[in-house]
Ligand binder design. Structure first.
Ligand SMILES: Nc1ncnc2c1ncn2[C@@H]1O[C@H](COP(=O)(O)OP(=O)(O)OP(=O)(O)O)[C@@H](O)[C@H]1O
Ligand SMILES: [Mg+2]
Length: 532
């Protein structure tokens, strides 16, 4: 089955060292570019192969993890099964440089194999610059890998214009403008592409992943106009929301409809989101770009590392998978307290840095938080019909700390739905109508924030808020009084002002008025009514 070293190709490697002595084989050096993932970014890595005389050993150096070290067996077997020569009687050294970047996963299989085949003369070294990623199966098939888009972006950044990728990752790589993508399904195909013996096939595109929210509409939700209004404000200005109410009032239903009223992702956002999903290994096989906003709804038993990211090497958590989309935490008080507290930093900074001995992961985490909760552990329909003691009620919502609640701009209480409201023929606002108003309000924010790198009211720094958002005197007085009455912190005050700005944007007003502030303030401090 396996073809041994082709004599003509092997001859190229031989040099005679003096008359009468046995021929010794001069060392052969070859190199191929590849990339290592660090967080959601990739760094180019030079894979160097040295094939030399000596004991027949195979060493991998340059901070490889166990998957990279194990590549030896896959590479050897795949090369043989693809009917190429493997230098099994010589010393093979694989060096991954720079040595201080940790290399993980099986994506180095293909560059290592191609480097060995270049050293063996099976691939003509034309001096052309290209990068390669891909995992090898034992039969020489090339398996898809994580993070292809990040690698493509790294290539563009470093001026590498050609990237050889597993066929199933080719659609993703093709999203990088100006990058020539060589898709290969087998090692043999990769070799003939590099030798110019075959033309590169077109990248294969699958259907883009469908959003989980395609078939839901706000018109399905009866009543709850107050909550719908809050969600419209949240979508318009990117404000976090907490829905509190009895079981069956429609909290989960409402939250699941939020992603559908957000504006479509912009071109740069599509690349950002796809890169994250690709690094997390969540893009479907042959998947193209993520064109819909993510909606993530992790269960309340999730760990800190599942929510925020973690592990070694660091992997992205739910907050990162929800980047540019919605993170829905249903039954908020049921989450472990330290898990909830870990949300505070990403909510404030819009990114997470995970530092581990095996590397740093920098992950973006700019998401819209929608949380839902019952007001008490028993889920009583209203405060006057609540069977829980004040201490029990305090304990339940008390799991949500003040600093966490401070970061949730819109806190809305939903009443239990009355039968007449549920069965009535009243017309409910549709998602299309809400989306149109959201888009108009966002347009006003873009105009106001032009020249900054921000797009939403919720992202404005206190300084920008003062500079760009004029407040009518009576509105300022109202906010000041609310600060005293509700015990709002300075952060709470500014957050209410940002919400007021969004409400004014929805109304098309250029100055924040008292009515906007009054509405914004009523969305704060809701938990007080249920806490003694
Ligand atoms: N406002 C509503 N309009 C129409 N249907 C509703 C409404 N509220 C609840 N329902 C019906 O009740 C079901 C449950 O609603 P949902 O899961 O949203 O309640 P919830 O408030 O999240 O309850 P829980 O506190 O138990 O999680 C929905 O699938 C829907 O059929
Ligand atoms: Mg629910």
């Amino acid at each position: 089955m396996a073809l041994l070293c082709h004599p003509v190709k092997c001859l190229n490697l031989w040099t005679l060292t003096g008359a009468g002595t046995a021929p010794t084989i001069a060392p052969v050096l070859a190199h191929v570019l590849s990339a290592a993932l660090q967080g959601v970014e990739a760094t180019l890595v030079r894979v160097e192969i040295d094939v030399a005389d000596g004991l027949p050993v195979y060493n991998t150096v340059g901070l490889p993890d166990s998957a990279v070290r194990e590549s030896r067996e896959r590479v050897k077997t795949a090369i043989r099964n693809a009917e190429f020569a493997f230098p099994s009687d010589r010393r093979v050294t694989v060096n991954l440089s720079p040595a201080d970047v940790r290399k993980e996963g099986a994506a180095f299989d293909l560059p290592i194999a191609l480097g060995i085949l270049t050293a063996m003369g099976s691939i003509r070294d034309t001096g052309a610059k290209f990068a390669v990623i891909g995992e090898l199966a034992l039969d020489g098939q090339i398996q898809p890998v994580r993070g292809t888009l990040a690698v493509g972006l790294a290539c563009r950044r470093e001026g590498i214009t050609t990237l050889l990728v597993p066929r199933d990752n080719s659609a993703e790589a093709a999203a990088v403008e100006g990058l020539r993508v060589l898709p290969a399904a087998t090692l043999r195909q990769a070799v003939s592409l590099l030798n110019g013996e075959t033309l590169a096939p077109a990248p294969e595109l699958a259907e883009p992943p469908r959003a989980a929210v395609d078939d839901v509409d706000f018109a399905d939700v009866r009543g709850q106009s107050h909550a719908k209004r809050a969600l419209e404000i949240a979508a318009a200005g990117g404000h976090n929301v907490l829905l509190v109410g009895p079981p069956g009032a429609g909290k989960t239903m409402l939250a699941r409809r939020l992603a559908a009223v957000l504006p479509p992702l912009g071109r740069d956002e599509v690349i950002e989101v796809t890169t994250i999903w690709s690094v997390a290994g969540l893009l479907p096989r042959r998947g193209g770009l993520m064109v819909t906003r993510p909606f993530r709804a992790p269960h309340h038993t999730i760990s800190v590392s599942g929510l925020i990211g973690g592990g070694s090497p660091p992997h992205p958590g739910e907050v990162t998978l929800a980047h540019r989309g919605v993170l829905f935490l249903d039954e908020l008080p049921e989450f472990q307290q330290h898990v909830l507290e870990s949300l505070r930093q990403p909510l404030e900074d819009g990114r997470v840095a995970i530092v581990r001995a095996k590397g740093i992961g920098n992950f973006p985490a700019r998401f819209l938080l929608v949380a839902a909760a019952n007001a008490c552990r028993r889920g009583c329909p209203s405060l006057d019909r609540c069977l829980c003691t004040p201490a029990e009620r305090n304990r339940y919502l008390g799991r949500l700390s003040r600093p966490l609640l401070d970061r949730i701009d819109l806190q809305v209480e939903l009443p239990a739905l009355e039968a007449v409201e549920f069965q009535g023929n009243g017309v409910s606002t549709t998602s299309a109508a809400i989306r149109a108003r959201v888009l108009a309000a966002r347009e006003r924010q873009h105009t106001r924030l032009a020249g900054t790198d921000l797009t939403l009211n919720s992202e404005m720094s206190p300084r920008l808020l003062r500079r760009l958002c004029p407040v009518a005197p009576e509105a300022a007085r109202l906010l000041g009084a609310a600060m005293t009455r509700l015990g709002l912190s300075a952060r709470g005050h500014d957050r209410a002002l940002r919400v007021a700005r969004t409400i004014a944007d929805l109304a098309g007003a250029s100055t924040i008025g008292a009515e906007h502030c009054a509405e914004a303030v009523q969305y704060r401090g809701l938990d007080r009514s249920w806490r003694a």
